[in-house]
Ligand binder design. Structure first.
Ligand SMILES: Nc1ncnc2c1ncn2[C@@H]1O[C@H](COP(=O)(O)OP(=O)(O)OP(=O)(O)O)[C@@H](O)[C@H]1O
Ligand SMILES: [Mg+2]
Length: 169
């Protein structure tokens, strides 16, 4: 499944749509170069799930944890990790995580759970292209729900119409 995201509002809209359709537990790998929009998407998703206050970049802490009604969301950024084994020392307990959002997942290979949904972001012109690749039944269900999300449902606004246009083409 692919979207063209013409501006960062469209990235936010994709984050909201992902939040609205998310499964009860999921691991998301966010891939793409520096500045591709991984954090923008993660922040929009977390906000839509009700996270308030600052959403800090986990660049130095490696992980930021946010309580959700049904568990915790973990936002990881592994850009500065020395080696994947460091993840084992963060005290992460996957039983409490209902959502993993992992930037630079390739740097945690071997110590990270596999992706239910991998999202590749790439600069395209002034915007970004997002490719969503499910890696499990959970991920396939998620993209299927995303595909049938009503274009103008309450949680979607103008930017989401923009992203839908590309999906419909
Ligand atoms: N669809 C879009 N079109 C244009 N600009 C965008 C889009 N989505 C996000 N941006 C902008 O791209 C910039 C970089 O975004 P962001 O910090 O999310 O990237 P990143 O992939 O997390 O980078 P890093 O690897 O450094 O953490 C921000 O200024 C953001 O507003
Ligand atoms: Mg980032």
């Amino acid at each position: 499944m692919e979207f063209f995201l013409p501006d960062s509002d469209a990235t936010d809209a994709l984050g909201r749509a992902l939040a609205a359709t998310r499964p009860t537990q999921a691991v998301v790998h966010l891939r793409g170069d520096l500045g591709a929009g991984k954090s923008t998407l993660a922040r929009a998703l977390l906000r839509a799930l009700g996270v308030q206050g600052a959403i800090r970049s986990p660049t130095y802490t490696l992980v930021e944890r946010y309580p959700l009604p049904d568990g915790e969301a973990w936002h990881l950024d592994l850009y500065r990790i020395g080696d994947a084994g460091e993840l084992d020392f963060l005290g992460l307990d996957d039983a409490v995580a209902t959502l993993w959002l992992v930037e630079w997942p390739e740097r945690g290979r071997g110590s990270l759970p596999p992706a239910d949904l991998a999202i590749d972001l790439a600069v395209e012109g002034d915007g970004r292209r997002a490719r969503l690749m499910p890696g499990s039944e959970t991920g396939r269900g998620w993209t299927a729900r995303l595909a049938t999300t009503p274009t103008c449902a309450d949680h979607l606004s103008n930017p989401c119409r923009k992203i839908r246009q590309v999906m419909d083409n």
